[in-house]
Structure formats: structure tokens, C-alpha cells
Design a protein around this ligand. Structure first.
Ligand code: EPU
Length: 343
């Protein structure tokens, strides 16, 4: 099914709770129907020069004005097992399902791999675009392949996870395939044998407190850590981390570490010449936690998260983000950039 709504309010479609509208929303629950639509009456919507975008759960998008174009939103949500053996299960999940429903499904069955990615507000499609990550796991560790509709040809394509050029919050869908792919389904590989990853931050003590090492217990531990640090978007508008953590040359980070011995730094897998630093720590060190600028603010428990304190416009959030970027650059000599997609 394909459903069209003109002049739609986006308030319920973005976790910042920004009150903007879109000229047109195309919601689709079936990839074949979407292709048929785009081949016929929908063709002008994606023709050269037309403005369009894909909106997942709207948890990583900030609208700074009304959107004069078309937003495509998947409501396709089937989950099926496509392969199973003694060691693993592969599931195919359509792009509109809430990612956390997949994690819950997996943990309930005692399958391993997804539990550290609990409670991330994301659609399944966005897990592949963003390579979502938390507590030492990234979506790329699970993604076996991705199905998408290629534009403008409207061909159905499949790309293997190993070809998706996944990196830290990076993928081919943000680069070469940006504007050329509508993701329809993602295949995830889950493990039957225990493979807990408990080394990030306070995860291990939280799991020890719960008293068992199962996917469900780890899920509960992650939920508990996240809810203590991150605001619930149903209560306070936000989009999780507003900025990404910069990955910088090792010598630059070593210089920073000399000046700021308590600055947290992280190795980057497969890249010994570069290190990742914590933007949240820098913003916190500058004293921004809990502060506001207009109706936008910095979350009290996690400085990487910008919030809508009530009625903020997208522009107010951007003004705060720009001010923070400027101060971080002046103080630390580091340029930070948003993780959030600003439209
Ligand atoms: N820190 C501070 N003050 C702050 C925030 C962080 O000092 O206000 C310090 C922490 O103490 C820690 C370090 O900075 O030493 C890193 O903080 P944290 O572990 O909270 O992780 P993060 O780098 O701030 C990233 C992801 C989160 C993910 C967590 C846990 C990005 C952009 N964000 O945040 O993802 O949940 O790690 O793995 O990489 C998201 O992308 O929306 C998101 C929430």
C-alpha cells in the first residue's frame, strides 16, 4: 500500500518534536507497490531537481523549516527467519519496523548480537544508513545484506554488508548511494552461542548487578544505563547524540591528552594511526551541561544530547549547536560536526 498525505504536520514524525510541515508524505508498506507508484504517477516526485528525502523514525532529523518536498516513510514491518543452522539465525526485516522490536524479538529467543543496541530509537532502514552503535557494538556487526530500490532505475538491488563501506556512523548510503537508494529490508545475522560484549563503560557492573549474563539481562542493563543518561523523546524532544565523536590523527590526540589528561580517548578498529575523542566530554568541560539558549538546551546528564525544552524551533536548536561548535573549536582546536540530519 502507498498512502499520500499533503501538508502533513511533522510533529509526530520527529523526535525533537519540531512543529514543521511537509508538502507531501508518501508512506509505503510494500516495496512492490512503491516501485509501481514511482514508475507511474509518483515519477515527478523523484525526477531530477525534485526535492525529496527519506524519513525513518525521525530520531536523527532536525527540521529547521517547513519541508517543501516529498518525504518517503516506510511502514513495511515484516520480520522473518530466512536461514538457520546450529550456530546462527539470519532474519530479514522490512525497513519500517522499529529497531528495538527486532532487539526484543532476538533477546526473547536467547539469540546474541543485538542486545547492546537495545533501546536505540531507530527504524530498521536507518540502522544500515547510520551504522547505529552503542556499548561496543555496531549495526555492521550484524548486517549481512541490505535490499533497496535503486533510483532512478527503480531496480530491486541487494548489497552485501561487506560492501556497504560501514564505518563509525558511516555507510555507502550516506555517500555513493545517497539519494540513489530506498532501503526496503535489512538481513541481520544473530548468534546462538553466547558472545557477550561487556567491556564498554559501565555495562559490566550493571550486568553483574542484574546477576546473569543472557541477552535479556544485557538488554535490561543497557536500557537502565540509557534511561539514566538519555532523555525520553516522548517527554523531552531530542535526537540522541547531536554530534559525532571526531576521529583525529593520533599525534593530535596525544597533544590534547597532554593538555587534558582526563579526556576520554578510544582506539579505532583497523586504524592505528587515528583515535576517537569524546565530544560529550568536551562540551561538558566547557560547562554546557544543563544550560539553555532560547528554548534549546543541553541535557543535564549527557552533554552530547541537545534538547527541545518546549516549543523550540529547529533554528533555535541549530543556533545552540553552532555556538557549541564554535566554543569547542576555540578551546580545543577541534572541529565537531552534527550526527543529526539537518533539513
Ligand atoms: N562524557 C562526559 N560528559 C558528558 C558526556 C560524556 O564526561 O556529558 C564522557 C563519558 O564519561 C565517557 C565519554 O565521555 O568517558 C563517552 O561518553 P559515553 O560513553 O556516554 O558515550 P558518547 O561518546 O557520549 C556514544 C554514542 C551514543 C552511545 C554511547 C554508548 C556517538 C555520537 N554517540 O556516546 O550513541 O549510546 O556512545 O556507546 O557515538 C546516539 O548516537 O544517538 C547515541 C546515543
Amino acid at each position: 500500500m502507498v498512502r499520500l498525505t499533503k501538508n502533513i504536520s511533522l510533529r509526530g514524525y520527529n523526535s525533537f518534536g519540531i512543529d514543521a510541515t511537509a508538502d507531501l508524505m508518501v508512506e509505503w508498506s510494500d516495496a512492490a507497490a512503491l516501485r509501481t507508484f514511482l514508475a507511474a504517477e509518483g515519477a515527478p516526485l523523484i525526477a531530477q531537481g525534485a526535492r525529496w528525502n527519506i524519513l525513518g523514525e525521525g530520531c536523527n532529523t532536525l527540521f529547521t523549516a517547513d519541508y517543501h518536498g516529498t518525504l518517503f516513510h516506510s511502514t513495511a514491518s515484516r520480520l522473518e527467519v530466512v536461514e538457520e543452522n546450529d550456530r546462527e539465525v539470519v532474519i530479514r526485516v522490512e525497513s519500517g519496523l522499529l529497531w528495538d522490536t527486532v532487539v526484543a524479538w532476538s533477546c526473547e529467543r536467547g539469540l546474541w548480537g543485538a542486545e547492546n543496541l537495545s533501546a536505540i530509537p531507530s527504524s530498521v532502514g536507518a540502522t544500515a544508513v547510520q551504522n547505529i552503535g552503542a556499548y561496543g557494538t555496531e549495526a555492521k556487526d550484524l548486517i549481512q545484506r541490505v535490499e533497496y530500490i535503486e533510483l532512478p532505475s527503480l531496480e530491486e538491488r541487494t548489497i552485501e554488508g561487506s560492501d556497504c563501506k560501514f564505518g563509525y556512523r558511516e555507510s555507502i548510503f550516506k555517500r555513493e548511494l545517497a539519494g540513489r537508494a530506498i532501503i526496503t529490508a535489512v538481513h541481520y545475522r544473530l548468534w546462538k552461542l553466547p558472545c557477550p560484549k561487556l567491556d564498554y563503560g559501565t555495562l559490566r557492573p550493571e550486568v553483574e548487578r542484574i546477576g546473569e549474563v543472557t541477552p535479556s539481562a544485557i538488554r535490561r542493563a543497557v536500557e537502565s544505563i540509557r534511561s539514566s543518561k538519555l532523555p525520553d523523546p516522548k517527554v523531552t524532544g531530542n535526537a540522541g547524540s547531536f554530534f559525532v565523536n571526531p576521529i583525529l590523527p593520533r599525534h593530535q590526540v596525544e597533544g590534547l591528552k597532554e593538555r587534558y589528561p582526563s579526556m576520554p580517548i578510544y582506539e579505532v578498529a583497523g586504524d592505528p594511526e587515528r583515535l576517537k575523542i569524546a565530544t560529550g566530554w568536551m562540551i561538558d568541560t566547557l560547562g554546557w551541561k544543563g544550560k539553555t539558549l532560547g528554548r534549546a538546551g543541553v541535557h543535564t546528564h549527557q552533554a552530547l544530547v541537545l534538547i527541545n525544552t518546549g516549543g523550540a524551533t529547529g533554528e533555535e536548536v541549530v543556533a545552540l549547536a553552532e555556538r557549541i561548535c564554535r566554543e569547542v573549536e576555540e578551546h580545543f582546536g577541534v572541529r565537531i560536526s552534527p550526527e543529526v540530519n539537518i533539513l
